[in-house]
Design a protein around this ligand. Structure first.
Ligand code: NAD
Length: 542
């Protein structure tokens, strides 16, 4: 604490720009997109004050134009990972002991840089690296990352303000120490905001970090690094390495100073990480904090009293925005027979109105490419299987083409088997599977929703009957960490709907909340006694 109880600026959600034709923001982002697309960036490792070019490089290409190269990034060897850890530890005490308002100022400045001079850059980089259309880039890379930074600063100050009672003659105080060691942040491809937030939230609380972005997101990760540097984040606080995830992770988790992991990605990877940490437990100086937000098989269930057009819109937006590559995307849907025909007709009509998937540079494209060839091939395999399986039928989409970009048509599978493979398995693409239930089986269908998948991330119920809403809210209480009533299951906003799920979907530490930040501190209670006793005898002994 400095010399005052400082109040941070009240956090407000960053307004979303609409990028309408002719607007200056649209022109600016398109100009930046073309400049990046026609340029060639060389992305180094960022370790301490050094930008290291190892010479062992990998090319970067937009998923919607995979033969086109927009630059390269340098791959770390084991020695670089060790160097990143050493730099963390060398930087730790200066950063951990810096007064909190100085740390807050760095991240508040980063938020303002994104809102202003870096907005077009971070959006254009996200359009190129992750094939987001401009609206999806704006709500993620610009707005959500700004919100994470602003709201977390506010939560941080609330945490510091949380203090114990003090009885007469003593003063109790708690200080929220950073963890003793360093944090390892591993981030997924699908949200630039998550990529920025996982290292930043731990660093904000005074920790030092080794950050490993996804190979598919390095292009936009570089812009995040540029922003943190310009915001004045000291060298060595966040050290960035890319390359073989297994080698990097083994090296990091072998360090006795490893103090916590902040992971977002798939369930099987997280389970492996947990196992490795368990195997190394005797190595560590402190019990590591383990935070992971992982996979989902998110649902929509409509009650017979739902409004068909609302259900159709929830399905189309919830399943296909960003090509279904949101962890919250709806991918299994339960419709009552009485409404199913009208809802399905409407969904098919909406899908028919989409243009064929294409580049985000053409702003009339709602759907662009999926992230990489591995994802494309997996999705194509499930689509082909649905074409031949007797208990499944493709009622919309079903085509794919990877000759230029990894394009998968938004696809709807109708199944007669509520446990059909695509009702259970996370596909992470623009494919939704629908099961039609008999209206009288509503309560049974709620049980099906609860027991069909190992995940519990997001889910939505649409109904107008209050008793049905109440019944579903109770019956589905453990199968979604974010539960939506009469809305789509996507689009959580920082500060409004803290995000995360349980079961195989993660540790539910709610990104963008005080709960998450508390994982990155180790409180120290300090009791000070003003008149210290001088005789051991208590009165009862007399
Ligand atoms: P991924 O698991 O393939 O990769 C995530 C990160 O883990 C990347 O940085 C990757 O390089 C790294 N990684 C991969 N294999 C590893 C290994 N063996 N050891 C250590 N690190 C390894 O996930 P992805 O494809 O980038 O992202 C999609 C997944 O993330 C989906 O399952 C999605 O549901 C999930 N996700 C969840 C949330 C959430 O909040 N619950 C948010 C976004 C994404």
């Amino acid at each position: 604490m400095g010399k005052g109880f400082f109040h941070v600026p009240t956090a407000v959600n960053e307004p979303i720009k609409d990028y309408a034709p002719g607007s200056s923001e649209r022109e600016e982002v398109l100009e930046q997109y073309r400049s990046y697309f026609n340029g060639s960036v060389d992305v180094p490792l960022y370790i301490g004050s050094e930008e290291i070019k190892t010479g062992n490089t990998k090319p970067m290409s937009p998923p919607h134009d995979h033969k086109h190269i927009v630059g390269q990034y340098h791959v770390a060897e084991k020695a670089h990972v060790t160097k990143a850890i050493d730099n963390c530890l060398a930087s730790r005490s200066a950063w951990a002991d810096l007064t909190w308002e100085q740390r807050a100022a760095v991240f508040l400045k980063a938020a303002e840089l994104i809102a202003g001079p870096y907005r077009a850059k971070i959006n254009a980089a996200t359009m190129i690296a992750q094939s987001k259309n401009i609206y999806q880039a704006e709500i993620d890379a610009a707005c959500e990352l700004i919100d994470f930074l602003r709201f977390n600063v506010e939560y941080m100050s609330q945490i510091y303000d949380e203090q114990p009672e003090s009885a007469k003659g003593i003063w109790n105080r708690v200080e929220y120490r950073p963890l003793e060691g360093f944090i390892y942040a591993i981030t997924p491809f699908n949200f630039t905001a998550i990529a920025g937030n996982l290292p930043a939230s731990a660093a904000m609380m005074g920790n030092v970090v080794v950050w490993k972005p996804s190979d598919s997101q390095v292009f936009s990760a570089k812009v995040i690094v540029d922003i943190f540097k310009e915001a004045g984040l000291p060298d060595g606080v966040i050290n960035v390495v890319y390359g073989d995830p297994v080698m990097i992770t083994e090296t990091v988790l072998a360090s006795p100073d490893f103090a916590g992991i902040h992971f977002t990605g798939s369930t099987h990877v997280f389970k492996e990480l947990w196992k490795q940490i368990g195997n190394n437990i005797h190595t560590y100086k402190t019990y590591p904090k383990i935070v992971g937000e992982t996979g989902g098989k998110d649902f929509i269930i409509a009650h017979p009293t739902a409004k068909p057009q609302q259900v159709a819109t929830a399905i189309v937006r919830g399943s296909f925005e960003y090509q279904g590559q949101k962890c919250s995307a709806a991918s299994r849907v339960y419709l009552p027979k009485s409404l199913s025909k009208e809802i399905l007709e409407s969904v098919k009509k909406d899908i028919a109105s989409f243009k064929k998937p294409g580049s985000p540079e053409d702003m009339s494209n709602f759907i662009t490419a999926v992230i990489h060839e591995g994802s494309f091939d997996k999705l194509a395999k499930y689509i082909d299987q649905a074409k031949t399986d007797e208990n499944a039928e493709i009622i919309a989409g079903g085509n794919y083409d990877k000759s230029k970009g990894y394009f998968i048509e938004p696809t709807v599978i109708l199944t007669t088997d509520p446990k059909y493979t695509t009702m259970e398995t996370e596909l992470f693409g623009p494919v939704v599977t629908i099961y039609v239930y008999e209206d009288k089986d509503w309560s049974e269908t709620l049980k099906l929703v609860d027991t069909t998948s190992e995940y519990a991330l997001t889910g939505a119920i649409l109904a107008t009957d209050r008793y049905a809403i109440d019944e579903a809210t109770l019956a589905l209480q453990n199968c979604a960490g974010n539960f939506y009533i009469n809305d789509k299951p996507t689009g959580a906003v920082v500060g409004q709907q803290p995000f995360g799920g349980a079961r195989a979907s993660g540790t539910n530490d709610k990104a963008g909340s005080a709960q998450n930040l508390l994982r990155w501190v180790s409180p120290r209670l300090i009791k000070e006694t003003f008149v210290t006793p001088t005789d051991y005898r208590y009165p009862f002994l007399g």
